[in-house]
Design a protein around this ligand. Structure first.
Ligand SMILES: NC(=O)c1ccc[n+]([C@@H]2O[C@H](COP(=O)([O-])OP(=O)(O)OC[C@H]3O[C@@H](n4cnc5c(N)ncnc54)[C@H](O)[C@@H]3O)[C@@H](O)[C@H]2O)c1
Ligand SMILES: O=C(O)C1=N[C@H](C(=O)O)CCC1
Length: 246
Protein backbone atom coordinates (compact mmCIF):
# COMPACT_ATOMS: atom_id res chain seq x y z
CA UNK A 1 0.00 0.00 0.00
CA UNK A 2 1.38 3.43 -0.96
CA UNK A 3 0.67 6.08 1.66
CA UNK A 4 -0.19 9.40 0.00
CA UNK A 5 -0.54 12.98 1.19
CA UNK A 6 -2.08 15.78 -0.89
CA UNK A 7 -1.11 19.47 -0.73
CA UNK A 8 -3.84 21.74 -2.10
CA UNK A 9 -6.53 19.21 -1.16
CA UNK A 10 -9.43 21.69 -1.33
CA UNK A 11 -8.47 22.94 -4.79
CA UNK A 12 -9.81 21.90 -8.20
CA UNK A 13 -6.99 19.41 -8.82
CA UNK A 14 -6.17 18.46 -5.23
CA UNK A 15 -9.77 17.40 -4.49
CA UNK A 16 -9.73 15.22 -7.62
CA UNK A 17 -6.45 13.62 -6.46
CA UNK A 18 -7.96 12.90 -3.02
CA UNK A 19 -10.87 11.10 -4.73
CA UNK A 20 -8.54 9.15 -7.03
CA UNK A 21 -6.20 8.06 -4.21
CA UNK A 22 -9.14 6.94 -2.07
CA UNK A 23 -10.64 4.96 -4.95
CA UNK A 24 -7.54 2.87 -5.78
CA UNK A 25 -6.78 -0.43 -4.03
CA UNK A 26 -3.02 0.17 -3.74
CA UNK A 27 -3.06 3.78 -2.47
CA UNK A 28 -4.17 5.12 0.90
CA UNK A 29 -4.76 8.77 1.83
CA UNK A 30 -2.75 9.83 4.90
CA UNK A 31 -4.01 13.42 4.81
CA UNK A 32 -5.14 16.08 2.42
CA UNK A 33 -4.09 19.53 3.53
CA UNK A 34 -4.84 23.01 2.29
CA UNK A 35 -3.40 26.44 3.10
CA UNK A 36 -4.83 26.63 6.64
CA UNK A 37 -3.46 23.22 7.70
CA UNK A 38 -0.17 22.04 9.20
CA UNK A 39 2.06 20.17 6.76
CA UNK A 40 2.98 17.80 9.62
CA UNK A 41 -0.34 16.01 9.02
CA UNK A 42 1.24 14.23 6.03
CA UNK A 43 4.16 12.84 8.06
CA UNK A 44 4.03 9.09 7.51
CA UNK A 45 3.21 9.45 3.82
CA UNK A 46 5.51 7.79 1.26
CA UNK A 47 4.51 10.28 -1.45
CA UNK A 48 2.95 13.74 -1.39
CA UNK A 49 1.16 15.16 -4.43
CA UNK A 50 1.32 18.97 -4.76
CA UNK A 51 -1.29 20.93 -6.71
CA UNK A 52 -1.07 24.31 -4.95
CA UNK A 53 0.25 27.56 -6.39
CA UNK A 54 3.52 28.64 -8.03
CA UNK A 55 4.18 31.02 -5.07
CA UNK A 56 4.19 28.25 -2.44
CA UNK A 57 5.33 25.12 -4.25
CA UNK A 58 9.08 25.69 -3.74
CA UNK A 59 8.62 25.98 0.03
CA UNK A 60 6.53 22.79 0.01
CA UNK A 61 9.20 20.96 -1.98
CA UNK A 62 11.95 22.11 0.40
CA UNK A 63 9.91 20.73 3.33
CA UNK A 64 9.21 17.40 1.59
CA UNK A 65 12.85 16.85 0.60
CA UNK A 66 13.96 17.75 4.16
CA UNK A 67 11.56 15.11 5.47
CA UNK A 68 12.59 12.45 2.92
CA UNK A 69 9.10 12.26 1.37
CA UNK A 70 8.82 11.63 -2.40
CA UNK A 71 7.05 14.42 -4.26
CA UNK A 72 4.77 14.29 -7.30
CA UNK A 73 4.29 17.89 -8.41
CA UNK A 74 1.69 19.23 -10.82
CA UNK A 75 1.88 22.87 -9.77
CA UNK A 76 3.09 25.08 -12.59
CA UNK A 77 5.85 27.71 -12.61
CA UNK A 78 8.99 25.59 -13.02
CA UNK A 79 11.49 27.47 -15.16
CA UNK A 80 15.18 26.52 -15.43
CA UNK A 81 16.11 28.59 -12.34
CA UNK A 82 13.58 26.75 -10.19
CA UNK A 83 14.64 23.36 -11.51
CA UNK A 84 18.26 24.20 -10.63
CA UNK A 85 17.10 25.06 -7.11
CA UNK A 86 15.31 21.70 -6.82
CA UNK A 87 18.46 19.87 -8.02
CA UNK A 88 20.47 21.68 -5.33
CA UNK A 89 17.94 20.70 -2.67
CA UNK A 90 18.12 17.08 -3.72
CA UNK A 91 21.93 17.10 -3.81
CA UNK A 92 21.97 18.35 -0.23
CA UNK A 93 19.62 15.65 1.10
CA UNK A 94 19.51 11.93 0.31
CA UNK A 95 16.19 10.10 0.35
CA UNK A 96 13.39 11.69 -1.62
CA UNK A 97 12.75 11.72 -5.36
CA UNK A 98 10.85 14.51 -7.10
CA UNK A 99 8.68 14.14 -10.20
CA UNK A 100 7.50 17.42 -11.72
CA UNK A 101 5.06 17.15 -14.62
CA UNK A 102 3.78 20.24 -16.43
CA UNK A 103 0.84 18.13 -17.56
CA UNK A 104 -0.36 14.76 -16.22
CA UNK A 105 -2.69 14.13 -19.17
CA UNK A 106 -1.28 11.22 -21.16
CA UNK A 107 -2.59 12.74 -24.40
CA UNK A 108 -1.04 16.08 -23.44
CA UNK A 109 2.34 14.39 -22.98
CA UNK A 110 1.95 12.81 -26.42
CA UNK A 111 1.00 16.21 -27.90
CA UNK A 112 4.23 17.73 -26.52
CA UNK A 113 6.25 14.78 -27.79
CA UNK A 114 4.71 14.99 -31.29
CA UNK A 115 5.31 18.77 -31.34
CA UNK A 116 9.01 18.29 -30.54
CA UNK A 117 9.26 15.69 -33.35
CA UNK A 118 7.53 17.98 -35.87
CA UNK A 119 9.48 21.13 -34.94
CA UNK A 120 12.60 20.66 -37.14
CA UNK A 121 10.43 20.37 -40.27
CA UNK A 122 8.64 23.76 -40.13
CA UNK A 123 9.91 27.32 -40.38
CA UNK A 124 6.97 28.69 -38.34
CA UNK A 125 5.78 27.42 -34.97
CA UNK A 126 3.47 29.13 -32.49
CA UNK A 127 1.51 27.89 -29.46
CA UNK A 128 -2.02 28.82 -28.43
CA UNK A 129 -3.02 27.67 -24.96
CA UNK A 130 -6.63 27.96 -23.78
CA UNK A 131 -7.66 27.54 -20.14
CA UNK A 132 -10.43 28.25 -17.64
CA UNK A 133 -10.42 31.88 -16.40
CA UNK A 134 -9.55 30.89 -12.77
CA UNK A 135 -6.03 29.94 -13.77
CA UNK A 136 -3.43 32.04 -11.90
CA UNK A 137 -0.46 31.72 -14.25
CA UNK A 138 0.14 32.56 -17.90
CA UNK A 139 1.39 31.12 -20.06
CA UNK A 140 0.51 27.63 -18.84
CA UNK A 141 3.25 25.28 -17.66
CA UNK A 142 2.36 23.00 -20.56
CA UNK A 143 2.80 25.78 -23.12
CA UNK A 144 6.07 26.84 -21.49
CA UNK A 145 7.44 23.28 -21.65
CA UNK A 146 6.20 22.78 -25.21
CA UNK A 147 7.94 25.98 -26.28
CA UNK A 148 11.17 24.82 -24.59
CA UNK A 149 11.00 21.51 -26.47
CA UNK A 150 10.24 23.18 -29.81
CA UNK A 151 12.96 25.80 -29.24
CA UNK A 152 15.54 23.10 -28.47
CA UNK A 153 14.51 21.03 -31.53
CA UNK A 154 14.71 24.11 -33.79
CA UNK A 155 18.14 25.04 -32.43
CA UNK A 156 19.43 21.49 -32.93
CA UNK A 157 18.14 21.54 -36.52
CA UNK A 158 19.89 24.88 -37.14
CA UNK A 159 16.64 26.72 -37.98
CA UNK A 160 16.60 30.52 -38.11
CA UNK A 161 14.03 32.57 -36.21
CA UNK A 162 10.50 32.09 -37.56
CA UNK A 163 9.61 34.68 -40.23
CA UNK A 164 7.63 37.65 -38.90
CA UNK A 165 7.44 41.03 -40.62
CA UNK A 166 5.62 42.76 -37.74
CA UNK A 167 6.99 46.28 -37.21
CA UNK A 168 3.92 47.88 -35.65
CA UNK A 169 2.20 46.10 -32.79
CA UNK A 170 -0.20 46.77 -29.92
CA UNK A 171 1.53 45.31 -26.82
CA UNK A 172 0.70 41.62 -26.50
CA UNK A 173 -0.79 41.23 -29.98
CA UNK A 174 1.96 38.74 -30.91
CA UNK A 175 1.88 36.99 -27.53
CA UNK A 176 4.99 36.34 -25.46
CA UNK A 177 8.14 34.41 -26.40
CA UNK A 178 9.60 31.33 -24.73
CA UNK A 179 12.85 30.04 -26.25
CA UNK A 180 12.05 32.06 -29.39
CA UNK A 181 8.60 30.47 -29.76
CA UNK A 182 5.50 32.70 -29.68
CA UNK A 183 2.96 31.68 -27.02
CA UNK A 184 -0.60 33.07 -26.85
CA UNK A 185 -2.73 32.54 -23.71
CA UNK A 186 -6.56 32.57 -23.80
CA UNK A 187 -8.77 32.42 -20.68
CA UNK A 188 -12.26 31.23 -21.60
CA UNK A 189 -15.24 30.39 -19.36
CA UNK A 190 -16.37 26.81 -19.98
CA UNK A 191 -12.92 25.55 -20.93
CA UNK A 192 -10.60 23.39 -18.79
CA UNK A 193 -7.16 22.93 -20.44
CA UNK A 194 -6.45 22.98 -24.17
CA UNK A 195 -3.52 23.66 -26.46
CA UNK A 196 -2.85 24.03 -30.16
CA UNK A 197 0.62 23.93 -31.63
CA UNK A 198 0.55 25.43 -35.12
CA UNK A 199 3.39 24.69 -37.53
CA UNK A 200 3.83 26.07 -41.03
CA UNK A 201 6.06 25.68 -44.03
CA UNK A 202 5.58 26.50 -47.72
CA UNK A 203 2.16 25.25 -48.84
CA UNK A 204 1.54 23.13 -45.73
CA UNK A 205 0.55 23.61 -42.13
CA UNK A 206 0.21 21.15 -39.28
CA UNK A 207 -1.89 21.77 -36.16
CA UNK A 208 -1.52 19.48 -33.14
CA UNK A 209 -4.35 19.98 -30.65
CA UNK A 210 -4.94 18.57 -27.19
CA UNK A 211 -8.07 18.96 -25.04
CA UNK A 212 -8.63 18.04 -21.39
CA UNK A 213 -12.42 17.91 -21.01
CA UNK A 214 -12.36 17.44 -17.22
CA UNK A 215 -9.86 17.14 -14.36
CA UNK A 216 -10.31 13.36 -14.11
CA UNK A 217 -8.27 13.30 -17.32
CA UNK A 218 -5.13 14.06 -15.28
CA UNK A 219 -5.65 11.23 -12.74
CA UNK A 220 -4.16 8.23 -14.63
CA UNK A 221 -0.95 10.26 -14.98
CA UNK A 222 -0.97 11.36 -11.34
CA UNK A 223 -1.51 7.76 -10.16
CA UNK A 224 1.30 6.58 -12.46
CA UNK A 225 3.56 9.18 -10.83
CA UNK A 226 2.53 8.12 -7.32
CA UNK A 227 3.26 4.45 -8.12
CA UNK A 228 6.59 5.05 -9.83
CA UNK A 229 8.23 8.05 -8.13
CA UNK A 230 10.07 6.08 -5.41
CA UNK A 231 11.85 3.86 -7.96
CA UNK A 232 12.70 6.47 -10.60
CA UNK A 233 16.38 6.30 -11.66
CA UNK A 234 16.96 10.05 -11.22
CA UNK A 235 16.33 12.10 -8.11
CA UNK A 236 14.56 14.74 -10.26
CA UNK A 237 12.38 13.68 -13.18
CA UNK A 238 10.75 16.27 -15.43
CA UNK A 239 7.60 15.18 -17.22
CA UNK A 240 5.90 11.79 -17.60
CA UNK A 241 7.70 11.00 -20.86
CA UNK A 242 10.22 8.55 -19.41
CA UNK A 243 7.48 6.79 -17.39
CA UNK A 244 5.56 6.25 -20.64
CA UNK A 245 8.61 4.96 -22.53
CA UNK A 246 8.73 8.02 -24.80
N1 LIG B 1 0.39 19.30 -14.11
C1 LIG B 1 -0.90 19.20 -14.44
O1 LIG B 1 -1.33 18.25 -15.11
C2 LIG B 1 -1.86 20.25 -13.94
C3 LIG B 1 -3.23 20.12 -14.17
C4 LIG B 1 -4.06 21.10 -13.65
C5 LIG B 1 -3.54 22.14 -12.91
N2 LIG B 1 -2.21 22.23 -12.71
C6 LIG B 1 -1.59 23.25 -11.89
O2 LIG B 1 -1.85 22.94 -10.53
C7 LIG B 1 -1.93 24.12 -9.75
C8 LIG B 1 -3.25 24.13 -9.00
O3 LIG B 1 -4.33 24.22 -9.90
P1 LIG B 1 -5.84 24.22 -9.39
O4 LIG B 1 -6.68 24.52 -10.57
O5 LIG B 1 -6.10 22.96 -8.62
O6 LIG B 1 -5.81 25.47 -8.41
P2 LIG B 1 -6.78 25.78 -7.18
O7 LIG B 1 -6.62 27.22 -6.89
O8 LIG B 1 -8.14 25.24 -7.44
O9 LIG B 1 -6.16 24.90 -6.00
C9 LIG B 1 -4.99 25.20 -5.31
C10 LIG B 1 -5.23 24.88 -3.85
O10 LIG B 1 -4.01 24.98 -3.15
C11 LIG B 1 -4.27 25.57 -1.90
N3 LIG B 1 -3.04 26.08 -1.33
C12 LIG B 1 -2.45 27.28 -1.55
N4 LIG B 1 -1.32 27.38 -0.82
C13 LIG B 1 -1.19 26.21 -0.15
C14 LIG B 1 -0.23 25.70 0.76
N5 LIG B 1 0.85 26.42 1.12
N6 LIG B 1 -0.41 24.44 1.25
C15 LIG B 1 -1.48 23.71 0.91
N7 LIG B 1 -2.45 24.15 0.06
C16 LIG B 1 -2.29 25.39 -0.45
C17 LIG B 1 -5.33 26.62 -2.20
O11 LIG B 1 -6.01 27.06 -1.03
C18 LIG B 1 -6.23 25.85 -3.16
O12 LIG B 1 -7.23 25.13 -2.47
C19 LIG B 1 -1.74 25.26 -10.75
O13 LIG B 1 -0.39 25.67 -10.75
C20 LIG B 1 -2.12 24.65 -12.07
O14 LIG B 1 -1.50 25.27 -13.16
C21 LIG B 1 -1.37 21.32 -13.23
O1 LIG C 1 -5.90 24.19 -14.99
C1 LIG C 1 -4.69 24.48 -14.96
O2 LIG C 1 -4.24 25.43 -14.29
C2 LIG C 1 -3.75 23.64 -15.72
N1 LIG C 1 -2.47 23.86 -15.56
C3 LIG C 1 -1.42 23.14 -16.16
C4 LIG C 1 -0.53 24.06 -16.95
O3 LIG C 1 -0.29 25.19 -16.50
O4 LIG C 1 -0.07 23.66 -18.02
C5 LIG C 1 -1.86 21.92 -16.93
C6 LIG C 1 -3.19 22.06 -17.55
C7 LIG C 1 -4.24 22.56 -16.56
Amino acid sequence: MIKVGVFGALGRMGSEVVRAVEAEADTELVAGIDSADEREKVLGADVVVDFTHPDVVMDNLRWLVDHGIHAVVGTSGFDEARLAEVRALLDARPGANVLIAPNFGIAAVLMMNFAAKAAPHFESAEIIELHHPNKADAPSGTAYRTAELIGAARAEAGLDAAPDATTSELPGARGTQVEGVRVHALRITGMIAHQEVVFGTHGETLTIRHDSMNRESFMPGVLLGIRRVAALPDRLTLGLESLLGL
